[in-house]
Design a protein around this ligand. Structure first.
Ligand code: F0G
Length: 475
């Protein structure tokens, strides 16, 4: 038999009820939350696609591993198990656990700044920085330089590897500012522009450039396994390799990596910093003790280290990855068929909608991404996240106009092993209802905001008081 349907390669042993509400209740809850989905109680959300970070389901083997976690302060058996797993996969000798990705980033960038000369203006070139990575880099006084190829910025273009770095721009940076470049950072996959993969050809070319200019290469490996699968599916000559072989090669090309284990570690909390440089590892461990914990547990409990060791194995199983990427593609294709403008092609962990193209009558200051998130929530209890002017714009100072972001995207991130195909069918139905009324959508304005990371706490208001009735007309 030719198998047509890619099924979930697991069965369900433990279930959690979903919060069912009516549209009228959701309208009230959203209003109390200041029209910002970050302010909602999660119990009032039916399908939560806010993030794929720490929201996946652990396997029975991971839950069982928790029980054998060794909580010794120093020399925990669980640490050595994790160390062995990470070394076997990545070839990095020094394995340093942190409580999540941003703690590893903080350590890496602050010790990089300490290693620079006084007054030196350091710059780290990258295919793209995720927002906490950028924030930690800039906080350490280092410039974070995104080198996204021009063609990858066109959301509609179907280039297979939009996560690749612009090699010519990287070479130019290394030639002209080489002295100030402590290392090059590649993010697998690129979360800023669609969860798009980096090709092995690009990664090898980056390695060659780093060798030519004598620079280390670091990875932000949060979604290393999804990257490996997309390479296998899309890159010529990679289709016969296992995801473990591809991922291992990617790690072998780098000198070190930081990782949020909340994604492809398949755990609820955790992070890693790993490298082969003895001096960097020594300094990182010194800093780790100050803010995270003793080097054999970092910021984690022994049981978390066990669950991560198991997760790093499960995430590379071909059946899991085939299903994982198929479930993202399934939602992507359904919305594509409706005619929803999407970041093309699909990425590894989420579907990205171009809200500016969906609502061409709303300018960026009217927050089209927020309008879409709010419509999805009221229509069907689906929570998505805006990646646009609310997240990346800035309030104007001294009477200047507010700054808008370059793009108005909405991300529907799929937590790992959490929702079934019928949940995804339902999300597409909700989307179809919202899409049918796209011409009538009205925007939002910010009424309260903080100077830093405003998206999380801002309070908003509908620009048109008829928002309530407009968004409920179809009911
Ligand atoms: N790097 C990437 C590429 C990420 O996507 C994230 C987190 C981090 C680093 C930071 O890791 O959360 O463990 O401290 N991304 C989440 C998201 C929050 O929703 O995309 P963390």
């Amino acid at each position: 038999m030719q198998q047509q349907t890619i099924i979930e390669p697991f069965r369900i042993k433990s279930v959690e009820p979903l919060g069912v509400t009516t549209a009228e209740e959701r309208m009230q809850k959203l209003e109390s939350a200041g029209w910002n989905v970050f302010g909602l109680h999660a119990d009032d959300v039916l399908i939560d696609l806010l993030t794929d970070s720490g929201t996946g389901a652990m396997s029975a083997a991971q839950w069982a591993a928790l029980m054998i976690g060794d909580e010794s302060y120093a020399g925990s058996r669980s640490f050595f198990r994790l160390e062995q797993t990470v070394r076997a996969l990545t070839h990095c000798r020094h394995v340093i656990p942190t409580h999540q990705g941003r703690a590893a980033e903080h350590i890496l960038f602050s010790l990089t700044a300490q290693r620079g000369r006084p007054g030196q203006r350091l710059v780290v070139p990258s295919n793209s920085f995720f927002d906490t990575t950028r924030a930690n880099c800039e906080w350490a006084g280092i410039e974070a330089l995104d080198l996204v190829p021009a063609e990858a910025r066109d959301h509609g273009s179907r280039i297979a590897f939009k996560g690749d770095i612009d090699l010519a721009a990287l070479e130019c940076c290394l030639r002209e500012r080489g002295d100030d470049v402590p290392f090059v950072l590649m993010t697998l996959t690129n979360n800023r522009i669609g969860g798009q993969p980096v090709s092995m050809a690009n990664l090898r070319a980056v390695r060659a450039l780093c060798d030519r200019y004598g620079k280390p290469l670091w990875l932000d490996a949060a979604r290393f396994a999804e990257n490996a699968w997309l390479v296998r599916e899309r890159e010529a000559g990679q289709g016969d390799r296992s995801p473990r072989e591809i991922a291992s090669e990617a790690f072998a090309l780098c000198d070190g990596f930081v990782m949020s284990a909340k994604k492809d570690g398949l755990v609820h909390i955790g992070g890693l910093l790993a490298c082969n440089d003895d001096a960097i590892a020594e300094q990182a461990r010194t800093q780790l003790i100050l803010t995270e914990g003793f080097p054999t547990y970092g910021g984690l409990a022994g049981r978390d280290l066990e669950a991560l060791a198991v997760g790093l194995g499960e995430v590379l199983e071909p059946d899991y990855l085939r299903y994982r990427i198929a479930s993202v593609r399934y939602l992507h294709d359904k919305l594509d068929r409706l005619g929803v403008p999407l970041v093309q092609p699909h990425g590894g962990h989420a579907v990205f909608v171009d809200a500016a193209a969906l609502y061409p009558h709303l300018d960026p200051a009217a927050l089209p991404g927020v309008a879409l998130c709010n419509a999805l929530y009221v229509e069907g209890g689906v929570r998505a996240v805006e990646i646009g002017t609310l997240m990346f714009g800035r309030a104007g100072t001294d009477g200047a106009a507010d700054e808008v972001a370059g793009e108005e995207l909405v991300r529907l991130a799929l937590p790992r092993r959490t929702y079934t195909q019928s949940h995804v069918d339902y999300v597409a139905e909700v989307f179809a209802a919202v899409f049918a009324r796209r011409g009538e959508a009205t925007g939002f304005r910010i009424v309260e905001q903080r100077p830093v990371l405003r998206a999380f706490t801002a309070r908003l208001a509908p620009l048109d008081e008829r928002w309530r009735s407009l968004s409920q007309r179809s009911r």
